[in-house]
Design a protein around this ligand. Sequence first.
Ligand code: ADP
Ligand code: ZN
Length: 217
Amino acid sequence: MRFIFLGPPGVGKGTQVKRLSRQYAVPSVATGDMFRSAIAKGTSTGLEVKSYLDSGLLVPDEVTIKMVKERLYEDDAKRGYILDGFPRTIKQAEALAEIVRQTHQRIDRVFYFNLEEGEIERRILGRRSCPACQQTYHLIYYPPKREGVCDCGATLIQRKDDQPETLNARLSVYQEETTPLIDYYERQNLLERIDASGTMDDVYERVRCGGIQALSS
Ligand code: ADP
Ligand code: ZN
């Protein structure tokens, strides 16, 4: 199974992808998480991308595509993967199509998460993240067991790009660079629209009914 999760920042894709990845035992490939962990480790990619993440801009296509390509050629990705946060531009989508073609595979479906802008803002501004294990929480919708502390024990932070000053930049980058992918995948008959409102369980059910169950067998 090869799935793409598409949608605005803060829509809850990551939460669903992590759960599906455990459930169906396929790796999730989340470019945002990969970049953040490269930054935390201080690798050369990390140094290169830090300023883009901090200001809510997209990392240049060449850097992103190279990183994803290396990841998708790893052994555990042979059986499939769930992409979270990639592709985010037409150029990335074309690069992915090429990788998939070369390995004689195909993308099974693209889940497009849709949510009204006010709710997106509430979700992002209330999000708290674990710098150690990348788990995310929400102050109101999904609080940790102990206030300010991840269930793994690390202290939670608010990502710099989740702060109000950066949020608008991210939303407009999404509008300009990423929304063209909706048409792109619709034309290929791959797009499945998912209403991302409601609880995490509501959305999970919609994704399963939207075909993950049938396609994963
Ligand atoms: P969210 O899920 O809230 O949109 P992510 O964790 O997916 O946030 O991404 C955080 C940041 O990482 C983006 O704002 C961008 O700077 C960078 N990034 C992630 N994926 C990509 C990508 N496919 N292309 C370019 N930059 C990316
Ligand atoms: Zn943690």
